[in-house]
Design a protein around this ligand. Structure first.
Ligand code: G3P
Ligand code: MG
Length: 346
């Protein structure tokens, strides 16, 4: 049976179906692998009674590092080789905005890491909150830069700098300071720090790499995520100006993310497995009904019924509640999800 997988001598790659995995709450929690996840990866790689290998990709809303670094980390955690050619994180689609905006504020993540990510995407002039605090420490009355932050921040004159867009790449490590700086820009005359608009409608656009209000980390209960920062910022803008703030979120459940995933899977299957025809079914395994299940189900309507949503109980979704978006199937953990897909195909 599948619960006692054996590796047959010969394995063939199936062109019929494929898997796509969410990461946090499905494979990883708080930096540690979910126990069944490592075996689930082995099953995909041929340790199943049918002797088939099943192509797969990863689609996470998380981020904060380059795709390359995230893949190295995931490879170690899952004990498999993960290539950037099978990996999308929340901020991956932001690379397509690098031509459109010159000077941008990049928020979130450890240290100045996200500046490096943005520059890797081709953004040519990246400002961070650290640069702004370094130039004027009065910006954030209760936040002082650490020695390291001071050294990694850049010096420039913001009085003649137009910040054209704001990108929240990863979770903020300092909500108060980061929100103050974002709000300053939203209230500015055309994106110049230190100025105040009279109409509050000329600030730069704000982009979030995803909209997860909560996510599954090492705590037993869900933790606040980037979507919560978005709610907070919109509410603050309203309280200060009386106006509505429109912001944009990438990531799941956006259809664009699933289109991106479909293109990636197509390239991955062709490049590594020589498969040209599209898969009949893509099984998406996720833990967050609002992002993973909603996105998969909605995309499925555009994708000729080829995507199939599987909800696991190891993350945001917990037993006993009715998920807001109904999956095609629900299982305890990712190993059961993989076995369910294989069973359905055989
Ligand atoms: O910050 C990451 C989190 O909100 C979700 O990550 O892998 O569950 O899409 P993931
Ligand atoms: Mg998740």
């Amino acid at each position: 049976s599948l619960s006692d997988p054996q590796t047959p001598a010969e394995t063939t790659v199936t062109d019929k179906f494929a898997f796509a995995f969410d990461i946090d709450g499905v494979l990883i929690r708080g930096g540690r692998p979910i126990p069944e996840a490592v075996e689930a990866m082995q099953v995909l790689n041929g340790k199943n009674p049918y002797g088939i290998k099943i192509p797969y990709i990863f689609v996470t809303n998380g981020g904060g590092k380059t795709e390359q670094e995230r893949c190295i980390q995931l490879s170690q955690q899952m004990n498999i080789e993960v290539s950037p050619g099978q990996f999308i994180c929340g901020h991956t689609p932001m690379r397509e905005m690098a031509d459109k905006y010159k000077t941008v504020l990049v928020v979130g993540g450890e240290g100045e890491k996200c500046r490096e990510v943005a520059e890797g995407y081709g953004f040519t002039d990246v400002v961070t909150p650290g640069d702004i605090i370094k130039e004027n420490p009065d910006t954030t009355p209760f936040r002082k830069l650490t020695k390291e932050e001071w050294e990694n921040s850049r010096t420039r004159d913001f009085s003649n700098t137009v910040i054209e867009a704001i990108f929240v790449f990863a979770d903020s490590r300092d909500w108060a300071g980061d929100q103050q700086i974002i709000l300053d820009l939203l209230l500015s005359k055309g994106g110049v720090l230190g100025t105040r608009s009279e109409t509050f409608d000329e600030g730069p656009p704000v982009f979030f790499s995803h909209n997860d209000v909560v996510w599954s980390a090492s705590h037993d209960l869900t933790r606040l995520g980037m979507g919560a920062l978005r709610c907070s910022l919109e509410a603050m803008f309203k309280a200060v100006t009386g106006k509505e703030l429109q912001t944009t979120a990438f990531g799941k459940p956006q259809i664009g993310t699933f289109e991106f995933a479909t293109r990636l899977l197509k390239q991955w299957r062709r490049a590594t497995h020589g498969i040209d025809a599209p898969p009949e079914t893509v099984y998406f395994v996720g833990d967050t009904p609002e992002s993973d299940i909603r996105g998969t189900n909605e995309y499925n309507k555009h994708a000729a019924n080829t995507w199939y949503s599987i909800l696991v109980r190891t993350g945001v979704y917990q037993e006993g509640t009715q998920p807001k978006y109904i999956p095609n199937h629900t299982v305890d953990h990712v190993l059961d999800a993989v076995n369910h897909g294989i069973d359905r195909e055989n």
